[in-house]
Design a binder for this molecule. Structure first.
Ligand code: GRF
Length: 186
């Protein structure tokens, strides 16, 4: 089985998935795709000898280039690991229930365009919610809207800040995302 990881940032989730899958010879990370030429995830791709592709805005949202690329690479699962663009409809439709995303909050709250990273944790803290967590879900044509695959929670204490909450949530991401990726392909 082949997966493609799409990421825009540091790629800590991508790294955890790559390392976890080293223990499973039936699943390969066939591609890492990023919209940011300087993203840390591309350095991880280079270090791990994984082919990487830098998205050109023009052709990502126009034409079937990325659908063709994913088909040519025989991708079975597309994993969004901190990918900040919306996946074009033609790619969603070409890979029904084969694109998953991780969101650093308990959807449907704190989701949608622009709700990522610090903005999410600030909003949760500001709302004085007693808990936060992660949502791993299938991707459809709307932001953060597809069927939930897994939610894991962490408690928020009064002394928590967006930074300390981010660390708690990231620990859940790193613990669960690789497991879900493997489970979906086994
Ligand atoms: C994580 O917060 C994830 O929940 C969100 O984007 C971030 C990715 O971080 N989708 P990293 O690039 O994997 O470190």
């Amino acid at each position: 089985k082949n997966i493609a990881i799409f990421a825009s940032g540091a790629g800590s989730n991508a790294k955890k998935i790559i390392d976890h899958l080293k223990g499973n010879p039936t699943i390969q990370v066939a591609a890492i795709v990023s919209n940011k030429p300087d993203a840390g995830v591309l350095k991880i791709a280079a270090d791990e000898n994984i082919p990487s592709y830098i998205i050109d805005k023009e052709n990502f949202f126009r034409g079937d280039n990325y659908v063709k690329l994913m088909k040519d690479l025989r991708i079975d699962l597309i994993v969004l690991a901190g990918f900040l663009w919306k996946v074009p409809d033609n790619l969603v439709q070409a890979f029904p229930d084969k694109i998953i995303n991780i969101h650093p909050a308990l959807l449907p709250k704190y989701g949608g365009k622009g709700m990522y990273g610090h903005f999410v944790h600030e909003a949760v803290i500001a709302a004085k919610d007693p808990e936060s967590g992660i949502t791993i879900h299938f991707v459809n044509e709307k932001y953060d809207d597809g069927a939930t695959i897994l939610q894991e929670k962490c408690a928020i204490t009064p002394d928590d800040t967006p930074d300390t909450l981010a660390k708690k949530v990231q620990a859940l991401e790193h613990q669960w995302f690789p497991v879900i990726v493997e489970r979906l392909l086994t």
